[in-house]
Design a protein around this ligand. Structure first.
Ligand code: SF4
Length: 354
């Protein structure tokens, strides 16, 4: 199967990170997401290293992400009943927006509220945990050439300067040779280099014999090696990060938590008769039977000229409760995400709020 150069590669890097973080042999529990960042800069792959006990506590707040307004409420909610304006830090914008967020938080059972006269009081069910250890940004560039290297050098230099991430990496696919040293030298020295071997060209034994028998990509724990270790970008000294940066990092981590990296099924068309999931070693990637390749998330949409809804007959088993193959694939991807989380910290069970 031919992988789309950028999109399919990105999925394989995400799966590799989920299987084998960190690739330098210092395993750390982590969740993985993709296409996240700030207004100025979007990262291809985002790895959130977590504290397992605190991650278990985060799971008790449910599977959906908390946006910035909800975070403001949940982080500030007191243990004892208090008027929300006394309890929460000044938001820097009108309090009526905070009141709306308080109601949203109560609707999701993240906090408790009650009315005292005209006043809305709140208290927490449980403290919001400090679950994010480190944030790692990975830029994916399967075909690293001179112009891509120049553009990447600028982007990575920006990442290094912004200091939002604790580490930045470049992931690039080997062509059988080592990555061109001159290209790597043009990267900021703080960025790590991860060389992947997902394609058949990279799967060669020590004697040079190809181990790949097909054109299919493969991802497993050994599918990448570290060519250069990144520098730690977290500020040193007692001051640490300012409060605004801490909050922005938490917002990114929350979006990563809510989105994961398999959420492509929400924007692609698994309900198309041509859509399938194909095994790529220890990963699954989308496959389009009409195009005979991995479609991009942009082209796999209702506007695709080859889109064809799965026939109703495919849905007859349990339809409309169970749905057809498309719904089945969505459930499968959701279960995989849950399993990855369970490996870090078991499901919160009855203590879950959603
Ligand atoms: S035909 Fe178009 S909509 Fe259907 S799976 Fe392929 S790319 Fe997606």
């Amino acid at each position: 199967m031919i992988l789309d150069a950028e999109f399919g590669y990105e999925l394989l890097v995400c799966r590799f990170a989920e299987l084998a973080w960190r690739p330098d042999g210092d395993p750390r529990p982590a969740i993985v997401s993709r296409q996240l960042g700030t207004r100025e800069r979007r990262w291809d792959t985002v790895v959130i290293e977590v504290d397992p006990a605190a991650f278990a506590a985060r799971r008790r707040f449910g599977e959906r992400a908390l946006d910035s307004d909800l975070l403001h409420v949940v982080r500030g909610a007191p243990a004892e009943w208090a008027w929300y304006r006394d309890a929460l830090p000044d938001p820097g914008y009108p309090w009526r927006y905070v009141r709306q967020a308080v109601h949203r938080a109560a609707d999701r059972d993240l906090i408790e509220t009650r009315r005292r006269g005209n006043r809305i009081e709140l208290r927490r069910h449980r403290p919001y945990p400090d679950w994010v250890d480190r944030i790692v940004a990975i830029e994916n560039k399967p075909d690293l050439d001179r112009s891509a290297a120049d553009a990447l050098a600028d982007q990575l230099a920006h990442d290094v300067e912004a200091g939002l991430a604790d580490e930045v990496w470049l992931a690039t696919e080997t062509t059988g040779e080592r990555v061109e040293p001159a290209l790597l030298r043009s990267m900021p020295v703080e960025a790590g280099i991860l060389t992947t071997r997902f394609g058949p060209a990279g799967r060669t034994g020590v004697d040079g014999d190809s181990e790949g028998t097909t054109e299919d990509p493969v991802v497993d724990r050994d599918a990448a090696t570290v060519d250069w270790l990144p520098s730690e970008l977290a500020p040193t000294g007692s001051a640490g990060r300012d409060a605004e940066t801490v909050t922005r990092r938490l917002e990114i981590a929350e979006r990563a938590y809510g989105k994961g990296w398999r959420s492509y099924h929400e924007t692609m068309r698994p309900d198309c008769r041509h859509f399938a999931l194909r095994r790529a070693g220890r990963g699954l990637v989308p496959y389009c039977g009409a195009k005979d390749r991995c479609p991009t998330d942009r082209e796999c949409a209702g506007s695709c000229p080859s889109f064809s809804p799965e026939p109703p007959a495919w849905r007859t088993k349990g339809w409309p409760i169970e749905g057809g193959p498309g719904k089945g694939m969505q459930r499968l991807l959701d279960r995989r995400r849950e399993r990855a989380w369970d490996r870090i910290a078991p499901s919160a069970g009855d203590g879950r709020t959603e």
